[in-house]
Design a protein around this ligand. Structure first.
Ligand code: HEC
Ligand code: HEC
Length: 508
């Protein structure tokens, strides 16, 4: 479904040019379109991943191949899975295919952050060495350049994009590489101190609610302070199924939704992040991670291998040691085994072949089938979803590119409920850190398919970029910025209507 928004865009720009007296009508038209009536229910909504929907409902885990996956592909899927699940170990070891962990790292396996292909476990309150909650670092958005110049006489363009001491992510663990020249492991970078502040609120019907606003602080920092211009951006590991299908959406179908200057005046813009595609060297549309930093699933996975586990690959051939991290660098050098005469690395800690198996695994993960989507209550919730205007960012459906090279992912009618675009979500959700074209208040709309199964897969419910919301309603209540009007409308629903909406979100 291409949003009506982009069509409005064109009409409105044309009208705007011809006469201004129509602007009132335009506003009426545009806001009218946000209060959409729900479109007729389609049978395909029951299989949100098309033929890549998982055959039978599985409540314990999101890790199942899509129904269309057969034969050889299924073998690749399960082999890839073993490299997602099994812990990586220190090198040198006798298990060459699984060594190379560290020198600095967050955890030893993908699954320890993406439990059951999902999210969790959440960091504890107080001081801890978190696993799934990753503290990334980036340039602060509201960094005052002039102030900095007087203090250290450095201009903003001389400032590094990552922290000089810590790089772009806090890796709390360091590993000793067994070598006669090395006595110590590099020090883990820092611990996280997490606390929450309670915020009280009230629905229009008088019902009270509470939200927990997290506060993040680094402690036991092993390599000095962060640079002045660097800020923290916490990210709680997201669901990973369906990513192959999101990769297979044609870029034109995404760009048709772009509305950077909000030309249709509905109060909601949509901006795509433009990011470096490392494999091709081009600037592409970002689709993956919370600020859409990575244009392809493969690049997202290679970044995870390097930043989270310390495993180098063709796309990210160097370890994440900064110049200040001497032991990390020494360890990395001793670990490099295959350098040719031109100082080019010829092999990586994960070979191209194993890497592509992990990509296949992630790509072929199926989407859970919808649950109880056609009961009366849920269908009423479906009405509210469209009437409130949730679909303005949570784009319900797409048909994937019919020429996408992986056949089972091509030409599928899918229901992810996301435009994969960036939106200003207000100050309360802001990390105040930039990432490519994404500013400190912008986040990528996450897909909503399958979120209702989180409780049964991981025994917890955690939503939003840093997992601060403990329920779907909390997640909606946190919506601000461009989504503030929609959030307000949510708080004006009756308790019954709210329940209906939540039931719908649990069913898709
Ligand atoms: C230390 C915890 C951690 C580990 C280990 C980890 N991830 Fe992630 N993963 C995350 C976080 C956090 C994000 C969000 C990153 C961001 O916003 O920059 C993420 C994002 C992703 C995404 C993007 C999903 C989306 O919709 O944008 C995929 C796919 C993914 N990880 C797959 C993997 C694979 C495969 C591995 C193993 C190679 C892995 N991850 C290892 C924490 C982890
Ligand atoms: C202006 C765009 C926009 C609108 C309108 C919008 N959302 Fe969102 N939604 C987002 C973004 C962006 C996030 C991610 C925010 C974050 O992680 O901090 C999000 C996150 C969510 C999440 C959490 C998902 C997860 O896995 O963490 C849920 C649930 C959700 N939205 C439901 C809704 C519902 C229901 C509505 C309508 C009442 C709605 N949204 C309206 C943009 C929007």
């Amino acid at each position: 479904m291409i949003k009506i928004k982009s069509i409005f865009n064109q009409i409105i720009t044309t009208i705007k040019e011809s006469t201004k007296s129509l602007s009132l009508l335009i506003v009426v038209l545009a806001s009218g379109c946000s209060e959409n009536k729900a479109p007729a229910f389609q049978q395909s909504e029951l299989s949100p991943g098309g033929t890549m929907t998982v055959k039978r409902l599985q409540k314990q885990s999101y890790i199942h191949p899509g129904a269309a996956v057969t034969g050889m592909q299924k073998m690749n899927f399960w082999t890839g899975f073993s490299f997602f699940r099994d812990p990586w170990i220190a090198s040198p070891s006798s298990t060459k295919s699984r060594d190379g962990l560290g020198p600095l790292f967050n955890t030893r396996s993908c699954i320890s952050c993406h439990d059951a292909g999902s999210r969790g476990p959440m960091a504890e309150v107080g001081e801890s060495m978190p696993t799934s909650l990753v503290i990334k670092l980036g340039v602060r958005d509201k960094f005052d350049d002039s102030n900095h110049q007087t203090k250290k006489s450095k201009s903003i363009d001389k400032l590094t994009l990552v922290d000089p001491n810590y790089g772009d992510q806090i890796q709390p663990r360091g590993l000793l590489f067994r070598h006669p020249k090395l006595e110590h492991a590099p020090k883990g970078e820092a611990l996280l101190k997490l606390s929450y502040q309670t915020i009280d609120g009230r629905y229009a019907d008088g019902t009270l609610y509470q939200l927990s606003k997290p506060k993040y602080q680094l402690t036991k920092m092993a390599y000095g302070d962060l640079a002045d211009h660097i800020g923290l951006t916490p990210r709680f590991a997201p669901n990973i199924f369906g990513a192959g299908l999101l990769d297979a959406i044609h870029v034109d179908d995404l760009l048709a939704q772009e509305d950077i200057d909000d030309n249709n005046r509905d109060g909601i813009s949509a901006k795509y992040n433009r990011v470096l595609n490392i494999a091709t060297g081009t600037l592409d549309i970002g689709r993956f991670s919370f600020k859409a930093k990575h244009p392809t699933l493969a690049q997202q996975i290679a970044a995870a291998f390097r930043n989270d586990i310390g495993i180098t690959s063709r796309l990210f051939p160097t370890e994440s040691c900064t110049e200040q991290q001497i032991i990390c660098q020494q360890t990395a050098r001793l670990g490099e085994s295959s350098i040719d005469n031109n100082h080019h690395q010829t092999s990586f800690e994960i070979s191209d072949k194993l890497f592509s198996l992990v990509v296949s695994f992630n790509q072929l993960l199926g989407v859970p089938p919808a649950r109880n989507l056609t009961t009366e209550k849920v269908l009423k919730g479906r009405e509210h979803f469209y009437q409130l205007g949730c679909q303005q960012c949570h784009t319900p459906s797409y048909r994937t590119d019919k020429n996408y090279p992986v056949e089972v992912l091509a030409d599928q009618l899918i229901w992810p409920y996301s435009d994969l675009a960036l939106h200003d979500m207000g100050e309360m959700l802001a990390d105040n850190v930039k990432e490519d074209d994404a500013n400190g208040q912008e986040w990528r709309t996450p897909p909503l398919w399958g979120i209702g199964l989180q409780k049964s897969t991981t025994k917890q419910q955690r939503f939003l970029h840093d997992g601060r919301a403990n329920s779907i309603s909390e997640a909606i209540l946190w919506h601000g910025g461009e989504a503030e009007q929609v959030q307000k409308k949510f708080t004006q629903l009756t308790s019954n209507q709210r329940q209906e909406l939540i039931k719908f979100l649990q069913a898709i």
